[in-house]
Design a protein around this ligand. Sequence first.
Ligand SMILES: Cc1cc2nc3c(=O)[nH]c(=O)nc-3n(C[C@H](O)[C@H](O)[C@H](O)COP(=O)(O)O)c2cc1C
Length: 278
Amino acid sequence: MDPTAADVATLWQARFGTAPGAVELPPALAALLDRRVARRYRAEPVSDALLDGLLAVAQSAPSKSDLQQYSVVVMRDPARIKRIADWIGTMPWIASAPVFLVWCADMRRGVRLCDMHGMPHANNNLDTFLNGAVDCALAMGQFITAAELIGLGTCPISYVRSHIEKVTPLLGLPPGVFPVSGLTVGWPDGRRPTSMRLPPSVVVHRERYDDSAMPDAVRAYDERRHAREPVAPASQKSRDVYPPREGVGWSENSARQLSVPERFGFSAYLKTRGFDLA
Ligand SMILES: Cc1cc2nc3c(=O)[nH]c(=O)nc-3n(C[C@H](O)[C@H](O)[C@H](O)COP(=O)(O)O)c2cc1C
């Protein structure tokens, strides 16, 4: 049954913690306003045919200059998926998913295309790195949207990059190909609460960038979010640097994470994999 306008208002309230105002959102899109990651899966298979259909939808995402500079590795072997889960150690939902996708930026294919046509590849640079990562993210995003619409659950896993030196040989990734994100896929076992988002006024700029009202808007967002789902001390970021305490809101928790360098060896890794990043 199609959701009604009242349902949409309820979903908006869940997403932003505010009333929707004069927004127009066709009810058919309400399911997308309601999306969320799934971190528990039922022991139910996802068929190859369905997975291939979803991957075809993912491949229908836009791609910079139609160059299609990404690849995806499909993992179904539970023992191999568990190896990644064990390396990460803190995310048991990875091993419980029947499918684990590793979305990769891929410069190698372009190098090989040039080689096939006897031309030099003259774009081993930061722009190609970014184009590959963006193509990859758009395809993964389209996969997530399609999966959500048919009731499948997914969760992106950036932590594959925290163990990139082991993930790379496990997947046989050649130079020129690196993982952007993993993605668990399966039939969800329950639904998580909606994660409240920043107000659109903070993210959406009209004609010119203007973040002058951001601090006040974020303080109000912190309060709304804290009232619904306080950041528990045990799940606060960088607890080894800043002692956990009650009353930490979204912005402070984000600052706690962003003030400590994460994966600072990544550019060195990319250089060992043939990316000049110049
Ligand atoms: C690129 C990317 C990487 C992510 N990496 C992880 C991860 O390693 N582990 C995890 O549990 N969730 C991961 N997430 C999921 C986010 O934590 C989640 O999207 C966010 O908390 C908001 O929740 P929601 O998607 O349910 O709205 C990732 C999301 C993105 C977009």
